[in-house]
Design a protein around this ligand. Sequence first.
Ligand code: TRP
Length: 379
Amino acid sequence: MPEETEDHKRDEGFTVTPWEVEGNIDYEKLIEDFGTSKIDEELIDRIKDAAGEVHFMLRRKIFYSHRDFNWILDEHEKGNRFAMYTGRGPSGNTHVGHLMPWIFAQWMQEKFGVELFFQLTDDEKFLFNFNLTLEDTYSFALENALDIIALGFDPEKTNIIIDTDNIDTLYPIALRVAKRINFSNVKAVFGFDNSTNVGSIFYTAIQSAPCFIPSELEGENVPVVIPCGIDQDAHFRLTRDIAETLGYYKPALLHNKLAPSLDGTGKMSASKPSTTIFTTDKPEDVRKKISQAVTGGRISAEEQREKGGNPDICAVQNYRYFIFQPDDEIVEDIADRCRNGDILCGECKHLLMDTINYFLEEHQEKRELARDKLDDFLL
Ligand code: TRP
């Protein structure tokens, strides 16, 4: 593997690429390594002025890094429109961690009235996962689309792209992108080598293409912002490098930190079903999984009452913080009671189970209704 990718492992004990996220991620270091900018208080104030409020994911620095978002706000202030683009690699069913950036995107759409392009990359997950067939990834794409729709995106302003269905729109743009990117670029950025299949080498051009679809559809350049996990930045560094030579604007970015897993290690991952809560889980599944979550609790109830727990390393508290509890005071109050030994893990887990089950009951209803709305959302 080339040095760019190996560096994170060797020097810092963590890896963040679009296909591998491992270790204890130093998010500040990623800002430096990738050359992005911090979302600082000044930018948050600007967003607040424009949106009328600040989303908790901005306030908590879950969305913590950006590229050129000031420019997007400049355009917005001038009364110019911009578009939004995000995506999902359909490698399995949706888990609640996936919803985190989508909930934010829905908020952005509502507050800024923007058109959204949501890419479902069935091709990517087919190419990069030896065990998945194209039928698998396509059907996951359709299932994932239901979760997206259930979150309340505006059908008039939302276009879901499924790569193998919308390849006629993507391909001419992807070709122009691909012509500007050579093998050594993708080797360096993604850590490819001679054993990488040729589909994977081309793939980044397909992920770039939606950045320019709004401009193609409008017949004039439209600024685009991409809310995405910081792990996806590599693709868009390449996109930004070639955008202007193709006559487009560089896409702006808003980066989120990755949702942590329930077992207390790394990010939530669908490959660990016992600790991952899927959007289709039944209340008893949720109760079981949350009851097994790794917490910052002590060995015994007695010891915990005496010495208190550690909410900072607790998966239960992480769920609240990252997704399910927008109210900072409630999050802090539970953390305080945990530190003081006033609340034990059992009770704390039950609070979360109820919150999640309440959310999922509604989500699952909307998800079923979404089956009939799918056509309104597909590009
Ligand atoms: N590669 C992304 C994934 O594996 C999916 C994706 C496609 C995406 N386009 C995107 C994610 C744009 C964020 C923004 O999940």
